[in-house]
Design a protein around this ligand. Structure first.
Ligand code: GTP
Ligand code: MG
Length: 346
């Protein structure tokens, strides 16, 4: 299953500085020659891969990028200063397309790999270059070139970091909408009507993770009922599971039973799934009075013998949801760290 995050940005390289028309002016030298210097080159725009990023969510806030222009040339044969290059960082795995030509400019597959996406304009020539035997005082210079401008589409295939489990109606889609900054589209998926909802959760700038709602996970999913097996396969790739349960299911069933039913499915499909960190989110806290909700949550946790993290939340009211997402981000960072340490130890 391919999950694709996509953004369109415009990049503009810096214009070159203009060439200068100037003449040497000094005491006792009445007819000084031309001494106008060249303009500096404009800065170019680069796109560079960074392994510390994992989504394109920050490009929803900024879509225009411009490198510095070159300064104009000056008298006394002085060159203008070149404009600084602009480096845009993206996650490793980002593919860069030219929107106008629909061509792939490049595929950034390694950390710190760079791609030139808009070349800065060349600086213009000062009049010192136009001196000839027939024209000793040229008034000619050339302007700086414009920097290139391109519209780019950045595309990143995503893997969900966090899977959301729960019965129909548990409030999974509502939670994703409550916490996510962007909802990437799902591509190449055969079932167009029933696909997972995805959200990019960005708790702080430049830090984010992908959360996937796994719909239709019902009893019997592991035996192939509904589309459950497909989604179970998908969540095998996630690193943390959030298990959502209604504090008081509308159909009158005991939330404890609902949690166990999902656990049985996970176990039947692949016991490895049960080894993933799984946090219990007792949802729709707002449907009970605060005291009742606290008491019922305590009962659910005690009856289940739950010893992992658990939270009482309301996706609809956004109660407690941000706190959970901050903890998820911290847990994922910690997993990254220990994976990196394990890799370094080899
Ligand atoms: N009171 C209350 N209602 C909620 C809360 N979260 C979700 N709901 C409601 O519960 C219903 C189901 O929510 P969804 O987010 O669609 O649930 P889901 O888990 O995505 O359901 P499926 O996609 O069918 O598996 C909707 O009517 C929501 O408005 C909550 O925190 N409090
Ligand atoms: Mg849903």
């Amino acid at each position: 299953m391919k999950l694709v995050d996509e953004v369109e940005i415009t990049v503009t390289a810096g214009k070159g500085g203009n060439g200068c028309v100037g003449f040497r002016r000094e005491k006792f030298i009445p007819l000084g020659g031309p001494d106008g210097g060249d303009g500096g080159d404009g800065g170019s725009v680069w796109i560079q891969a960074d392994e510390n990023l994992n989504t394109l969510v920050d490009f929803r806030h900024q879509t225009m990028f411009r490198a510095q222009r070159g300064e104009g040339g000056m008298g006394r044969q002085m060159y203008g200063k070149g404009g600084d290059d602009l480096v845009i960082v993206v996650p490793v795995g980002t593919v860069v397309h030219n929107v106008t030509t629909d061509e792939v400019i490049g595929d950034l597959t390694a950390h710190e790999q760079r791609l030139l996406v808009a070349r800065g304009g060349k600086g213009g020539l000062g009049n010192m270059h136009f001196k000839s035997s027939t024209n000793r005082s040229p008034r000619q210079s050339t302007p700086g070139e414009e920097g290139e401008e391109r519209t780019l589409r950045l595309e990143l295939k995503l893997l969900a970091d966090v899977g959301l489990l729960g019965f129909p109606n548990a409030g999974k889609s509502t939670l994703i909408r409550a916490v996510s900054a962007a909802t990437p589209k799902v591509a190449d998926y055969p079932f167009t009507t029933l696909y997972p909802n995805l959200g990019v959760v960005s708790v702080e700038p430049a830090r984010s993770f992908v959360i996937a709602d796994i719909p239709g996970l019902i009893e019997g999913a592991a035996d192939g009922a509904g589309l459950g097996a497909l989604f179970l396969r998908h969540i095998q790739r996630t690193r943390l599971l959030l298990h959502l349960v209604e504090i008081q299911p509308l159909d009158g069933t005991d939330p404890v039973e609902q949690v166990r039913a999902i656990e049985r499915e996970l176990e039947k499909f692949d016991t490895g799934l049960l080894d993933k960190p799984r946090w219990l989110l007792i949802n729709k806290a707002d449907t009970l009075l605060p005291d009742e909700a606290e008491a019922e949550a305590a009962r659910i946790v005690a009856t289940l013998g739950w010893n992992g993290p658990w939270f009482l939340v309301s996706g609809l009211a956004h109660d407690g949801t941000r706190e959970v997402m901050l903890k998820v981000q911290a847990a994922l960072d910690e997993l990254d760290r220990s994976e990196r340490e394990a890799a370094d130890a080899l």
